[in-house]
Design a protein around this ligand. Structure first.
Ligand code: AMP
Ligand code: MG
Length: 423
């Protein structure tokens, strides 16, 4: 289980800047200790527990990068064509049986080992071959078209660092190094609830004043994209008598209990009381928009194991943004993952905007190419934190820093594609 102290989320201050939030999580939360070995093809998205060193050189031997003719560069005329006898033929998977003799060339194919003594390869398109000879032009540099053993990665060096969230390419690299499994942290287990008397499960008839639950679908997808597992525990009513035992039970076998809704200061918001009955709770007024206060807590489960608790705002867009900025770093930290660098891409704003200083703001935008070919960000026409189509009809978020107060149309802004925020 996650090892959490009751006060690990304690924070005093009016507004919590995003950078401080990330520091609190990094400093006060430890990765889960359990490690397991998974077969290579199941490793994508998991977090590497230890550095992986290359057990062999990659490539394992010097080889040709092209189909052509291997030569000794020293045999070549510097200013005119050179005629060489074609002495041998090596295809990929076979090794030459004897070294290359002076004055000769060896027909070679991509991936075949360089014959001993040969140092350079001519591409077949660049030579003339006739009657067992090959005529090669002057000017090719020594070492051309030859791949050296270990030039991709040298035996003994770190191929993949601990904390890496394994990508498809990482798995391919591990496979090329001959590995069959990788040591990863165990999956983080998340219990997921929605709260609200107004919420209805899709598939059921919709009563008056009811709406279908959107957040569990949203949050379950975001959790799974991070390589964690989700236990979907349904919808809880706005009633502390139901909420408290359900949260406590979920805490017993999960690292994180995640809810949405019911954490504003409205009278019908009972999540606060319920969490306080079974653990401790603080409100983080994270300095972001959209996103209201996020409730952070620790719930003591049975047998003295604690689970983290995060209560996200109910409005789906606020839930999305606060998940990305609060829950994602928390889940990554629990799984020992190094958070990837988020690099906003420069795009041209096709909108003007004003904001308050001191908080980070996220504007939902669609990208389109302007008349001059430059990529432009178009702000969605609806800004409401409950408007789901403002997510489905856009490509990502423009991130406006704490210091920004205005965006002039035509200025350059930083764009974060949804894909960079998910997983
Ligand atoms: P709350 O944070 O509980 O005050 O909810 C804020 C708004 O979000 C209200 O309009 C709720 O009806 C709505 N809401 C809360 N939870 C969900 C959910 N799971 N799916 C869709 N809308 C929700
Ligand atoms: Mg509610």
């Amino acid at each position: 289980m996650a090892q959490l102290t009751d006060d690990c989320f304690a924070f005093s201050g009016p507004l919590l800047p995003v950078d401080d939030l990330e520091r609190i999580i990094r400093d006060r939360i430890d990765p889960v200790p359990e490690i397991e070995t998974v077969p290579l093809l199941r490793a994508r998205g998991r977090t590497l527990a230890h550095d992986v060193r290359a057990p062999i050189n990659l490539p394992p031997f010097d080889n040709s990068a092209v189909d052509g003719y291997a030569v000794r560069h020293a045999d070549l005329n510097p200013d005119t064509d050179t005629t060489l006898i074609v002495a041998d033929r090596i295809t990929a998977g076979r090794a030459a049986t004897h070294p290359i003799a002076p004055g000769s060339a060896i027909r070679i194919f991509t991936g075949a080992p360089m014959p001993e003594g040969a140092d350079t390869v001519f591409m077949q398109e660049d030579v003339r071959a006739e009657d067992g000879r090959v005529i090669v032009p002057p000017g090719l540099k020594p070492g051309s078209n030859r791949r050296l053993a270990g030039e991709d990665i040298a035996a003994g060096s770190i191929a993949l660092p601990a904390g890496r969230v394994l990508s498809i390419a990482d798995v391919a690299l591990a496979s090329a190094l001959g590995l069959t499994g990788l040591s990863v942290r165990r999956r983080i287990r998340v219990a997921l609830f929605s709260t609200g008397d107004e919420l209805t499960e899709p598939g059921r008839p919709l009563g008056r004043a009811q709406l279908y639950d959107a957040n569990r679908a949203l949050l379950a997808g975001l959790i799974e994209a991070l390589g964690a597992s989700v236990t979907d525990l349904g919808i809880l009513p706005d009633d502390p008598a139901h909420l408290a035992p359900a949260l406590k039970e979920a805490a017993g076998d999960h690292d994180l209990v995640l809810t949405s809704g019911g954490v504003s200061t409205g009278e019908a918001d009972h999540v606060r009381d319920a969490v306080e009955a079974v653990g401790s709770l603080v409100f983080w007024r994270v300095a972001i928009k959209p996103g209201r206060p996020v409730a952070m807590g620790v719930i003591s489960g049975s047998q003295d194991v604690n689970a983290a608790f995060v209560g996200l705002p109910g409005n789906p867009v606020a839930a999305f943004v606060t998940f990305v900025r609060v829950v994602r770093p928390l889940l990554m930290r629990l799984s020992g993952a190094n958070p990837p660098l988020l690099v906003p891409l420069p795009v041209r704003a096709a909108f003007g905007y004003r904001k308050k200083q001191g908080r980070r703001e996220y504007v939902r935008v669609a990208l389109r190419r302007g008349a001059d070919g430059v990529i432009e960000a178009h702000k969605h026409r609806q800004e409401g934190a409950g408007v789901l189509t403002s997510l489905t009809e856009t490509d990502g978020l423009v991130e406006l820093s704490e210091n920004t107060t205005t965006v002039e149309p035509g200025s350059t802004v930083g764009f974060l594609p949804y894909a960079s925020l998910i997983g």
